[in-house]
Design a protein around this ligand. Structure first.
Ligand code: AMP
Length: 402
């Protein structure tokens, strides 16, 4: 069973073709700069498929349809492709950032589902229009093949009202569905499931704190296998300190910037999303660059790391209070999987809550999942690599074989 996973953005399409008999990736690729003067497609065929490794095409890609056609042509190419034709693809799984309150689980695409995703566009204006383009094009290119949507928000639909409501006038929720939704749900659900397996316990008996630290960062409190709180809110801006996003700030900062700096709301929004976080504090948003700068004695880089780790620690502590009993803390994504310093600093001072790090394990460079807490630690700490494409392909397969 071959599943094509698509993450279609406003000007790019990421894709992976997976063989779900044995869960291996056959091809992954990226179509970039759709709608710009010059676009490109990078298509990577994985070892074992006996084909040329990387193909790159540079040309104008006016729209998503052209981009997707180029990708499909590469996948099915007689010489360089890995399948003979589109008919070998059993299903297409789409990542969709925002499902609003309508979607609690992956869903087969129908006309009603498309209408419901369109209705969530005001909640995710930067993401959902690109996803809808990808879905519509895939329906045209793969007629008769099941299309499944997997929402970043779905895992968090179990969060109770006392955790998802903002203390704002109630009409804003009633009329505009203004509330906390949470994102990265596919990743949090995937690593929670993997961690439960590693703990040898059913997921519905596990209390976990899942910590996704990449360019975007978020944390989730998982109680008996279900999300009960998460750090992202109405949008993926609330919560932790990220590469370029501020995370939590005093909401009065908006008024301060408007009154004292003459900034309009769009400029403030751009600043909080693109010019803040690590980049705002030290000018660098890539954690590897931050470490290199710290090694050169850059005080602002050290401060940026400290601010991020301190915010992580505060959230871990608050989720311990939310969960009462914690089986494990799980780190994932680019920083969470690779950065021993951020993990150590994020857990500093939590020994009194039963968190004891094994520094040898923490600093060892092991690919794959690894326990980094001491045997006696009452809260286990794990590093578990995330794999959102595999998670989407699994969900897609599951819904079609149910
Ligand atoms: P992601 O969004 O999951 O791709 O993660 C991107 C972030 O992970 C960037 O800040 C990278 O600098 C960081 N990252 C990736 N590899 C490493 C590494 N080996 N050590 C520290 N940070 C890393």
């Amino acid at each position: 069973m071959k599943v094509l996973v698509i993450n279609s953005g406003s000007s790019s399409i990421k894709y992976q073709l997976l063989d779900m008999e044995n869960e291996i990736v056959l091809v992954s690729g990226l179509v970039e700069r759709i709608g710009e003067e010059s676009g490109d497609v990078t298509n990577k065929v994985f070892p074992g498929t006996d084909r040329q490794a990387v193909t790159r095409i540079e040309q104008t890609i006016p729209d998503h349809r052209t981009g997707m056609e180029l990708a499909v042509d590469l996948i099915t190419d007689r010489d360089k492709g890995v399948i003979k034709g589109r008919g070998e693809i059993c299903a297409v799984g789409h990542r969709v950032v925002h499902g609003g309150e309508n979607f609690h689980e992956p869903t087969i695409v129908t006309d009603e589902v498309i209408l419901a995703i369109e209705a969530t566009v005001p909640l995710a204006p930067l993401h959902n229009p690109g996803h809808l383009d990808g879905i519509r094009v895939a329906m045209e290119l793969f007629p008769g093949i099941s299309q499944v949507v997997v929402f970043d928000t779905a895992f968090h639909q179990t969060i109770p009202p006392h955790a998802y409501m903002y203390a704002l006038p109630y009409e804003l929720y009633e009329k505009d569905r203004l509330r906390r939704y949470g994102f990265h749900g596919t990743s949090h659900k995937f690593v929670a499931g993997e961690c439960a397996r590693l703990l040898g316990k059913p997921l519905d008996q596990c209390n976990l704190i899942t910590v996704h630290l990449g360019n975007g960062c978020s944390m989730t409190a998982v109680k008996n296998g279900k999300s009960v709180d998460t750090s992202f809110g109405l949008t993926p801006l609330e919560g932790l300190v990220m590469g370029t996003r501020s995370g939590d700030i005093d909401p009065a900062i908006h008024a301060f910037l408007a009154h004292n700096k003459g900034m309009d709301i769009d400029a403030i929004d751009v600043m909080l999303n693109k010019e803040s976080g690590l980049k705002g504090l030290c000018g660098m948003n890539d954690m590897r660059d931050v470490h290199a700068a710290i090694a050169r004695g850059d005080d602002k880089a050290k401060l940026a790391l400290d601010v991020q780790a301190y915010r992580n620690r505060k959230y871990i502590g608050s989720y311990m209070a939310v969960l009462s009993r914690v089986d494990a803390i799980v780190f994932t994504a680019g920083i969470g999987e690779n950065d021993a310093t951020v993990r150590r600093e994020s857990l500093k001072g939590l020994e009194c809550f039963g968190v004891q790090i094994d520094e040898t394990a923490n600093t060892s460079h092991v690919h794959g999942s690894l326990r980094i807490s001491l045997d006696g630690s009452s809260v286990a700490v794990w590093v578990v690599p995330t794999n959102e494409e595999l998670a989407i392909a699994r969900e897609t397969k599951l819904i079609l074989t149910r």
